[in-house]
Design a protein around this ligand. Structure first.
Ligand SMILES: [Ca+2]
Length: 278
């Protein structure tokens, strides 16, 4: 009987593997994982997919581990890296200074994503749009780690990346954090809030040349929500740039951009609003 049981188990396992293979790639952006990495998807086979990492994190009582998961923010499943230990953030960008992943890419590549989810990548403007356009508001998280391993963070609440017809225009709310705001402040006369996305093959910026093509030490800036040009650019591979916190004098080693549901939603749902006496 024991032997028979093992055989049945083996048959069942064999069938389920075949089923997964027959269904084809489980995510629209599967190009962000090598075929060897498909096995690292932590919720492969989950029938009803969450819309983001926060939903998974919340559903696990905060116990879910960091890693690659399938989510479904719109019509099709996509694979993403979830920063669960930081509270269920969906990672939309990760860069290591002098990354071997080239960030000097075309409009189409920035639209659908490039790099590897296990490391340096841009998730894709289309998915940024899907995630941030709700239902419900989202906030943008920034995490910067300098060469001495000092970490600074910031949040813009809310965030919206508009659709391709609006050239993936960036809309940001209020900033708070230990980093200095470099997207909605114009202390260097560059304002990234409300800008459209620019790539080397699509110039939507406010400079007489294309900001994405401007080189520093031989490396082009890459795609970004440029003004004319930048007070911050986390896609510049050789110098991760965040005005006061990361620049050529103060080198940063890593950066992440992440999204999760906005705190404003909780405020709206809160019932303990008190009226101030004036
Ligand atoms: Ca221009």
């Amino acid at each position: 009987m024991k032997h028979l049981g093992t055989c049945i188990m083996a048959l069942m396992c064999g069938l389920s593997v075949m089923d997964v293979q027959a269904e084809g790639p489980p995510a629209k952006n599967i190009h962000l994982l090598s075929s060897d990495e498909h096995k690292f998807i932590l919720n492969l086979g989950q029938k009803v997919l969450p819309r983001d990492c926060y939903e998974l994190w919340h559903g696990s009582g905060g116990q879910a581990q960091d890693g690659v998961y399938l989510i479904q923010p719109a019509d099709s499943p996509i694979a993403v890296f979830c920063a669960m230990q930081d509270g269920g953030w969906t990672v939309v960008q990760h860069i290591t200074v002098n990354s071997s992943v080239d960030f000097d890419r075309s409009w189409e590549e920035y639209k659908t994503g490039f790099g590897t989810l296990m490391g340096n990548h841009w998730l894709g403007n289309e998915y940024l749009h899907q995630l941030t356009s709700g239902p419900g508001r989202y906030k943008l998280g920034i995490k910067l780690v300098d060469k001495d391993a000092v970490t600074k963070t910031g949040e813009y609440d809310p965030v919206l990346v508009e659709g391709e017809e609006a050239q993936y225009r960036l809309r940001l709310g209020l900033f708070q954090g230990t980093a200095v705001d470099a997207l909605t402040l114009d202390t260097e006369n560059y304002l990234h809030d409300n800008q459209r996305f620019t790539t080397k093959d699509r110039d939507n910026d406010n400079y007489f040349q294309n900001c994405a093509k401007l080189e520093f030490q031989g490396v082009a800036g890459g795609g970004w929500w440029y003004d004319a040009c930048a007070g911050a650019n986390l896609n510049r591979r050789n110098v991760i740039y965040w005005q006061k916190d990361c620049n050529k004098e103060h080198l940063c080693k890593y950066a992440w951009m992440m999204v999760k549901p906005s705190d404003l939603v909780k405020v709206i749902h809160s019932r303990d609003c008190k009226k101030d006496e004036l």
